[in-house]
Every structure is written in structure tokens, then in C-alpha cells.
Design a protein around this ligand. Structure first.
Ligand code: ZN
Ligand code: ZN
Length: 149
């Protein structure tokens, strides 16, 4: 996935993103590429989540990445405004001092039907529904990142 949308004014970018998301969302058809064979969520150690897909691909996500990739409308909107990709941390404004932020942790994770996961984050946010489709789409590995461009 990933037609690269280059900014020529934000509204266009946002609208295009919204359309892409709308097109991507209803497709929950399990396919080898977006159906997990195994999912391991390291809640206790806090290291993140690993998914092995039916096509043999393996995705490893840190919790920080997943929190920054939250697919809820609020987070999507915020990322759109600041021009961040899913999973990308907010950049510090030039000259700004880093504020203390506790490490991102998932307090709980639960299945949403057969097609998605939901996390409760330690910043009290829990609106995002992470579909397998979406998780495969944002896979942070080098190969997928290169394919997205
Ligand atoms: Zn969110
Ligand atoms: Zn990947």
C-alpha cells in the first residue's frame, strides 16, 4: 500500500488520506497477507507485539510505534495535521526542551471480533481498533517500509 501523498496544502492530503482509509477499512477478507498465523503480545515485559502472517512474513511492533499508529479518528487527525506517518513519533519543535513522558505501555489488549485488536494504553487512550489489515499495512520492517516508499 502507500501511494505517497506529497503535501500541496494540507486539506488535500487529509481528504486523500480519509478516502484511502475509507477504502481500506471495509476489506476484512482474510488473505494470507493480512491474516495472522500467530500473535504474541508482550504485555508483561512491555516490549510490544509480534505477528507471524500466513504468508510467512513477520511483523514486530514496539508499543510506542503502535500507540503512534493508533487508527482512531482523533489520532489520525492529529497525525494528518502534523504530517506524521502512522507510527512516527511527534517531532520536537526547534529549540523546544523535551518534556518528560512516561514510556508507552499497553495495559491490556483484547480481540475485537476476528478481525482486529484493541489496546488500553497507559495514557488512558483506548479508542483505536487495530485491524489485521491495518497492522499489516503499517508493518515497520525495512522491507515493508521500502515498499511503501
Ligand atoms: Zn487514537
Ligand atoms: Zn513487514
Amino acid at each position: 500500500m502507500g501511494p505517497r501523498v506529497r503535501g500541496r496544502g494540507r486539506p488535500r492530503y487529509t481528504v486523500l488520506r480519509a478516502i484511502l482509509k475509507f477504502m481500506a477499512l471495509p476489506d476484512f477478507t482474510p488473505r494470507v497477507g493480512n491474516d495472522p498465523k500467530s500473535v504474541v503480545i508482550h504485555l508483561t515485559t512491555g516490549t510490544g507485539m509480534e505477528i507471524e502472517w500466513k504468508d510467512g512474513h513477520r511483523s514486530v511492533y514496539t508499543f510506542a510505534f503502535l500507540r503512534e499508529a493508533c487508527p482512531c479518528a482523533l489520532c489520525e487527525d492529529e497525525r494528518g495535521k502534523s504530517g506524521r506517518k502512522a507510527g512516527e513519533a511527534a517531532k520536537l519543535a526547534p529549540g523546544a526542551l523535551p518534556m518528560f513522558k512516561p514510556a508507552v505501555k499497553a495495559l491490556a489488549a483484547e480481540a475485537v471480533g476476528k478481525y482486529a485488536l484493541k489496546f488500553s494504553w497507559n495514557d488512558r487512550h483506548d479508542l483505536g481498533i487495530y485491524s489485521w489489515f491495518y497492522l499489516r499495512e503499517v508493518c515497520p520492517c525495512a522491507e515493508c517500509a521500502a515498499a511503501r516508499g
